[in-house]
Design a protein around this ligand. Structure first.
Ligand code: GCU
Length: 424
């Protein structure tokens, strides 16, 4: 009897290790690099002219809101509660680090969250782009050793992640090497998504229920609510003297990469999107059976999605939309889709196929879309750039180098302002 019990525990431990290893940087499997032998994404994007695409664009956005993400919180009030200079000589004196306390919503339901903002000094007017990151971490882990605010409002010194977490998820999973962005001509801002809307099945919906838009509706999916955090930051920063408003970039990893894609679609002030390892509910195809799968993510994180999404989970093929259409909604905004070969959990293969299919719409705008030859070919200048590095789920030096390359490749001509934009 004892031996059976022991064997039972051994199986459970092995399974747990297998799941943890599969969805982290440790990744056990390799994503297939073969894409031509797989089915084309469905539903097909069946438009042949830019006019037809633009005529149907709002309806497609509405379908994603109804089925997957809940409403974009259009018109939800944004205000500045306070500003604090955290370090006037941040990064060896190169920059000024501030913290803004931002309020979204009004009355009892309003939520406040902190935005850390590092701006290189002595920048000429209109000369700096801005990367806004949405993260798993409070500003205490993002900006190095400066005292920043916890979500509760207390000051903390740098919060070190346990070395094991950094080993598994990469050295930049929480901390951001802001100077790499300064060198590329960008200021850097960051907020902790859960500081705005808690990432829990009960706390998330409760906070969202207090965020009433002018039409009385409230957001119902946390990915969409968090995406509004980027917009709130832009509302408060877009008139800054130093800002080049044609180079506003949003960045997110994993769940935040899903949210960054939504922000790029629903807020067209965003010129560049860096969405790293967004996986299911992000850039991976919902009909794919490789990796996590949409039904599993919906079950584990119901707060991220429109609650009715659950009704599709045993009939994913009937979903009226799929994620190549979501990527197409970003067109012509340049987007970088980051992947890891051993991050099969996020399904790099179907992500590539989604990017290929979405390129049709980028081409309608006169852009190449995905110009890469195959999954291993990274072309940072593509308007739909796909990047695959070795390794699993996390953020490391190679990723930062790829992000910066993408930003630099799209710098010269001034982000999306060189495109003919959709009329929304
Ligand atoms: C989980 C989840 C993924 C998500 C990831 C993350 O692994 O299942 O869908 O992308 O968390 O946010 O790190």
């Amino acid at each position: 009897m004892r031996i059976w019990k022991f064997l039972g525990w051994l199986v459970i431990a092995a399974l747990t290790l297998w799941i943890v290893a599969s969805c982290t940087k440790l990744g056990l499997n390799y994503a297939s690099l073969e894409t031509a032998n797989k089915d084309a994404p469905e539903p097909e994007i069946a438009v042949d002219t830019l006019a037809d695409w633009e005529a149907g664009r709002e309806a497609l956005k509405a379908r994603f809101e109804e089925v997957l993400y809940g409403p974009w919180p259009e018109g939800l009030p944004v205000s500045l509660v306070s500003t604090r200079v955290a370090d006037p000589d941040y990064a060896g004196g190169r920059a000024r680090l501030e913290e803004l306390l931002i309020r979204v919503g009004e009355g009892d339901g309003a939520v406040d969250f902190y935005l850390g903002l590092a701006v290189p000094k002595n920048a000429a007017p209109g000369s700096l782009g801005l990367v806004i990151g949405q993260t798993f971490s409070s500003n205490c882990s993002v900006f190095g050793s400066t005292a920043m605010s916890t979500p509760g409002g207390e000051l903390c010194e740098k919060t070190e992640l346990p070395w094991l977490a950094e080993y598994i998820f990469g050295e930049y999973i929480a901390e951001v090497p802001v100077e790499a962005y300064f060198d590329a001509g960008y200021a850097y801002a960051s907020y902790y998504a859960s500081d705005m809307v808690p990432d829990t099945p009960s706390g998330g919906p409760e906070a969202m229920a207090g965020l009433a838009m002018p039409d009385g509706r409230t957001p119902t999916g946390a990915l969409m609510a968090w995406a509004y955090g980027y917009s709130a930051a832009i509302d408060l920063l877009e008139d800054e003297d130093w800002l080049d408003t044609s180079r506003i970039a949003v960045y997110g990893h994993s769940r935040h990469g899903k949210s960054a894609l939504l922000a790029g679609i629903w807020d067209r002030r965003i010129d560049l999107v860096i969405s790293h390892q967004s996986g299911f509910g992000g850039a991976a195809l919902s009909r794919s059976h490789t990796g996590e799968r949409l039904d599993r993510v919906q079950k584990s994180y119901p707060q991220w999605f429109e609650p009715h999404l659950g009704e599709y989970m045993d009939r994913l093929v009937e979903l009226p939309v799929d994620q190549h259409e979501l990527l197409a909604l970003l067109a012509p905004t340049p987007v970088l889709i980051g992947n890891g070969r051993r991050d099969v959990w996020s399904d790099p293969n179907s992500t590539y196929r989604a990017s290929e299919a979405a390129s049709k719409v980028y081409r309608l705008y006169g852009e190449t879309g995905l110009g890469a030859k195959d999954m291993a070919d990274y072309e940072p200048g593509d308007a739909l750039a796909y990047y695959l590095r070795p390794g699993g789920h996390g953020v490391d030096k190679r990723d930062i180098a790829a992000f910066v390359e993408f930003l630099e490749a799209h710098n010269g001509a001034g982000g999306s302002h060189r495109h003919v934009m959709a009329t929304d």
